[in-house]
Design a protein around this ligand. Structure first.
Ligand SMILES: CCCCCCCC(=O)CC(=O)SCCNC(=O)CCNC(=O)[C@H](O)C(C)(C)COP(=O)(O)OP(=O)(O)OC[C@H]1O[C@@H](n2cnc3c(N)ncnc32)[C@H](O)[C@@H]1OP(=O)(O)O
Ligand SMILES: NC(=O)C1=CN([C@@H]2O[C@H](COP(=O)(O)OP(=O)(O)OC[C@H]3O[C@@H](n4cnc5c(N)ncnc54)[C@H](O)[C@@H]3O)[C@@H](O)[C@H]2O)C=CC1
Length: 309
């Protein structure tokens, strides 16, 4: 009953209102995901403010964006190097940096967070932003595993809150999962879809269920690979080779875990294991816990399952 009610309400509201055109995007979190989203948004003509906790992190993020843009133009403008240089300059001109998210959102059409995968920290951020962002500003989360509705509950704009889930590395991965909660208005959902399409991505619509589509399938697979290794049934190297050559994956599960970040992987697993303690797919992994406890978060710290230095 509620299901049908929700959809009828959306259909009605879409004829009554128009979606918001997103021009200025404030991205909170300048790590691998936030920087990647900022890059793609800036490259497609959006005005971007990238926010993080320190200037040092933001300077590193902008350097990363520049390096990634160089890789993009090497292919995109292979025969026209000057056009490539102009493309990079134009994209970088669209990016500004800030450490005060509450001030930055005062002119935002969209405030999108890509900070640490922790419900309380995300709620605290949005509850602050809710007080300074204009009424029309849409809020969205790039969470990998948390229910969007739980994050939105810290705000008073449940109708203007949704999920935009990007994939790593953002400039290369073509998918965005767009998530509406039962309270997300049709015009907000349309705005998020339009924004994702304007970034040149292919969008799929997802229900607000943990892990949406991709991670609900990918996370158990990756953790099963770790458990298979923990049982002594395969080396990391053999499992990675097997999945690349036998299943056509571009990276094996251990390579991908290191690429994603083991800290993030543990946040996801701990959250899901607390939600469903008896589900064997979400049982803790001693090996993952040990690596994270040792500060070995994968590529970003120079060591995870493999060494990168
Ligand atoms: C417990 C579980 C936890 C799960 C957590 C889930 C986290 C989430 O919420 C959702 C996720 O994002 S899951 C991760 C999804 N991503 C993937 O599966 C990536 C798999 N890897 C690939 O697609 C390719 O290896 C890839 C595209 C990365 C690289 O391609 P190749 O393998 O062919 O390797 P390369 O030769 O290094 O690259 C080829 C060319 O690609 C371009 N490129 C790569 N990275 C780039 C980047 N960051 N920026 C710009 N361009 C980039 C580039 O053109 C490169 O050529 P070169 O520049 O000449 O090297
Ligand atoms: N790593 C991945 O492959 C993917 C991650 N995600 C999600 O995206 C989010 C970010 O992940 P990553 O970029 O990998 O993490 P990361 O660790 O590379 O970056 C997170 C950034 O957020 C900053 N930050 C933390 N708290 C903050 C706050 N309160 N205000 C401002 N900045 C803050 C940190 O300083 C850091 O620079 C997480 O929710 C994660 O689950 C989603 C898709 C893929």
């Amino acid at each position: 009953m509620a299901f049908f009610g929700h959809h009828m309400c959306r259909a009605f509201s879409s004829s009554a209102f128009r979606s918001v055109a997103i021009k200025h995007v404030v991205i909170i979190g300048g790590g691998q995901m936030g920087a990647g989203i900022a890059q793609v948004a800036a490259s497609t003509g959006h005005q971007v403010t990238l926010v993080d906790t320190s200037d040092a992190i933001l300077t590193k993020a902008v350097k990363g964006i520049e390096a990634s843009l160089k890789r993009v133009v090497k292919k995109k403008f292979a025969d026209k190097p000057e056009a490539g240089v102009a493309f990079i300059e134009k994209a970088l001109r669209n990016v500004s940096i800030a450490t005060d998210a509450a001030a930055a959102v005062q002119s935002a059409d969209l405030a999108l967070e890509a900070i640490v995968e922790n419900l309380k920290v995300k709620q605290d951020l949005f509850s602050v932003l809710d007080k300074t962002a204009p009424a029309h500003t849409i809020f969205a989360s790039n969470t990998s595993s948390l229910p969007i509705g739980d994050i939105a509950s810290a705000t008073s704009r449940l109708d203007r809150f949704g999920g935009l889930h990007f994939f790593n590395p953002v400039p290369m991965m073509k998918l965005v999962e767009v998530i509406g909660t039962s309270a997300t208005s049709q015009e907000t959902f349309d705005s998020l879809m339009n924004f994702s399409n304007a970034l040149g991505k292919t969008s799929v619509s997802c229900k607000d269920t943990p892990g949406f589509i991709v991670n609900r399938l990918l996370v158990p697979y990756m953790l099963e690979a770790v458990r298979l290794h923990e049982r002594g049934h395969g080396s990391k190297e053999d499992i990675d080779v097997a999945m690349k050559l036998g299943a056509g994956y571009p990276m094996g599960p251990f390579e991908l875990l290191d690429y994603v970040g083991l800290d993030t992987a543990k946040f996801i697993l701990d959250g899901w294991s607390a939600m469903e303690p008896t589900n064997p797919l979400f049982s803790p992994s001693p090996l993952l816990n040990k690596l994270v406890a040792d500060g070995k978060f994968g590529k970003k710290t120079g060591e995870g399952f493999y060494k990168y230095k």
